[in-house]
Design a protein around this ligand. Structure first.
Ligand code: PMP
Length: 428
């Protein structure tokens, strides 16, 4: 234990100058000076296994992405008011990964901006204001988006036009009912309540991995009925793929596809530029055309040459390295290993997830599912002390969140499981 002097000093200087809201992870915070694949290195060259960061999706400092971005930077950066062939190429390529109904894309710089634009478009198109999200959702930081992000604390209240529904946790379903019925009932109830208060439905927004709700990726298939309710009420469905997109869930490029539905609007961000600020909103044209004809939307950095070069390079690597297949195979091995290690523990109620997104729920009691936040925090910090990085999520902050770069290799899976088993021996 004990932080190195330079780290302690930097933290003190940080506390002096940074504005509100900055938090550090881990009891012993970390600083890294380089990275490669799913590995991060501190000043002393210690190798940490990154099982947390989703932004560097094809790997930290991926040489191909570095080269593509450097070349573009050395050439020029222009915005979308000039013709840019690479932007058009990128838009076409990205849209090829979507069902044909989703045929328009706008670029932005963050997931929050993407959700902000999506909601503006949804409101404009429907002429309505009502919003439905899941109970512990997080969708971003703008005033509009934070008004439908229920996890931001007492100082950040929900809008009066916002209603909450349960995340798709099969354990919340009453005996004799199904998850599909439960979700449909929840949405119907929220729509009714909005209408009683004078709001028609603009949009249902869901994170397709339900990350901050505690990671609920399966079972799939309940969305079809939910969307019938949303559309019957005149609303649209916004799929937030900021977490679940770009093959994170392994079996498909986009989380919504696993449910066999086609949203009206899809937002994406984080991994899109492997670290460059690049996000996007994909639309059905009939949903966004009227907004485009009536509202001027220009976003200076969005769609400019450098982030687009990063985005295109990411898609190249996806093809070249068959990233989705790797996610599928290594994700299965990771989950299987974790299930084996935790199955006998009285403190683990569930290992869940899909692809390289795994949640391990830590409880006081497997029957009551009473969350054990303290034990989860101990595990997260024990892993950090053994140079493996994860985090926690869920309403009780008791779900271990394992969400590595998609560059996570089979050797990384092995190292992760070996280290996790050591910690489990003590804590689980
Ligand atoms: N949606 C989801 C599901 C997210 O997890 C996040 C970020 N954690 C956002 C939106 C906001 O993205 P950003 O931080 O890039 O604004």
């Amino acid at each position: 234990g004990g932080l190195p002097d330079h780290l302690q000093e930097t933290i003190e200087r940080r506390n002096e100058v940074l504005g509100p809201g900055y938090m550090l992870m881990y009891r012993e915070p970390v600083e890294f000076v380089s990275g490669r694949g799913a590995h991060l290195f501190d000043r002393d060259g210690n190798d940490y296994l990154d099982a947390y960061n989703n932004v560097p999706c094809v790997g930290h400092a991926h040489p191909y992405v570095v080269e593509a971005v450097s070349c573009q930077m050395a050439a020029v950066n222009t915005n979308t008011r000039y013709v840019q062939e690479p932007l058009v190429d990128y838009a076409e390529r990205l849209l090829e990964t979507f069902p044909e109904e989703l045929s328009k894309v706008s670029l932005a710089c963050s997931g929050s901006e993407a959700n902000d634009l999506a909601m503006r478009v949804a409101r404009f198109h429907t002429g309505a204001e009502g919003v439905i999200v899941t109970r512990w959702a997080y969708h971003g930081i703008t005033r509009e988006v934070s008004s439908f992000s229920p996890t931001l604390g007492k100082g950040s209240p929900l809008g009066p036009n916002v209603r909450l529904i349960d995340p798709p946790d099969p354990r919340l379903v009453a005996p004799g009912s199904t998850l599909a019925e439960h979700m449909r009932d929840q949405v119907r109830g929220a729509i009714d309540d909005l209408e009683r208060h004078g709001y028609r439905l603009a949009a249902l927004v869901t994170d397709c991995a339900y990350s901050s709700d505690g990671i609920f990726t399966d079972p799939v298939g309940y969305m079809a009925g939910v969307l019938e309710e949303v559309r019957a009420a005149g609303g649209v469905y916004i799929a937030d793929e900021v977490q679940s997109g770009f093959a994170r869930l392994g079996d498909t490029m986009w989380g919504f596809s696993r449910h066999g539905v086609v949203p009206d609007i899809v937002t994406m961000g984080k991994p899109m530029g492997n670290g460059l600020p690049l996000s996007g909103v994909v639309f059905r044209p009939e949903v966004c055309d009227d907004f485009g004809q009536n509202v001027r939307y220009f976003n200076t950095f969005a769609g400019s040459s450098i982030p687009v070069a990063a985005g295109a390079a990411v898609l190249d690597v996806f093809e070249e390295e068959n990233v989705q297949q790797r996610v599928l195979v290594n994700g299965k091995a990771l989950r299987a290993g974790l299930e084996e290690i935790t199955q006998a523990s009285p403190y683990v109620s569930e290992v869940r997830g899909s692809g390289l997104y795994v949640g391990i729920e830590i409880v006081r009691d497997r029957e009551t599912l009473d969350p054990d936040r303290a034990r989860a925090e101990d595990i997260i910090n024990d892993l950090r002390d053994r140079r493996v990085l994860i985090s926690g999520t869920g309403k009780g902050a008791n779900v271990l969140k394992v969400r590595p770069p998609l560059a996570f290799s089979s050797a990384d899976v092995t190292r992760f499981l070996e280290t996790f088993a050591e910690v489990a021996k003590v804590r689980l």
